[in-house]
Ligand binder design. Structure first.
Ligand SMILES: [Zn+2]
Length: 163
């Protein structure tokens, strides 16, 4: 390790130096020493001593890495609002299935029509709109996540086609 990190410069470490380092670094794992020496070699200018290594290990032990850094998901090209909405809808279906909740058939039916309230296109879930430009208020149905007028519209249209 001493040779690898060139702790004794270009000359190989002597037996006395190896003994001294071994003695001083007792109780510190090889992994800790490697990690410390890597940091010290990058930051330290001049001769590295066992005390430097122990200091570095003490700092590392006091600040353990408890979580991995959060790597932001790369915004991939081509992800449109429509695809995001479709993914959300698939997620809703997955959650309902996993929880054993009945996926109401009227939701599927209602998804086939355009929402008269929030203007969500067929195949897409309703937006979070609660008040439209005409001042009408509507909250999405908790069970289906769709606006009630859309459910009504779907019911009306299926009744129409049934006749
Ligand atoms: Zn809607």
């Amino acid at each position: 390790m001493l040779t690898h990190y060139r702790v004794t410069g270009h000359a190989p470490p002597t037996d006395t130096q190896v003994d001294a380092w071994l003695h001083e670094l007792r109780g510190h794992s090889a992994g800790e020493c490697h990690a410390a020496l890597t940091v010290l070699q990058a930051q330290h200018h001049g001769r590295i001593t066992p005390a430097d290594v122990i200091d570095r290990i003490r700092i590392a032990r006091a600040h353990p890495v408890t979580h991995l850094p959060v790597v932001p998901a790369q915004r991939r090209a081509g992800i449109t609002r429509e695809r995001a909405t479709a993914a959300r809808d698939r997620g809703i279906v997955a959650v309902y299935t996993a929880m054993g909740w009945p996926l109401t058939p009227d939701r599927d039916t209602a998804l086939q029509v355009r929402c008269p309230f929030c203007k969500a296109n067929p195949g897409h879930g309703c937006g979070p709109l609660t008040r439209d430009r005409l001042g009408r208020r509507e909250r999405r149905d908790r069970r289906t996540g769709l606006h009630p007028s859309r459910l009504d519209a779907a019911r009306t249209s299926t009744e129409g086609t049934a006749r």
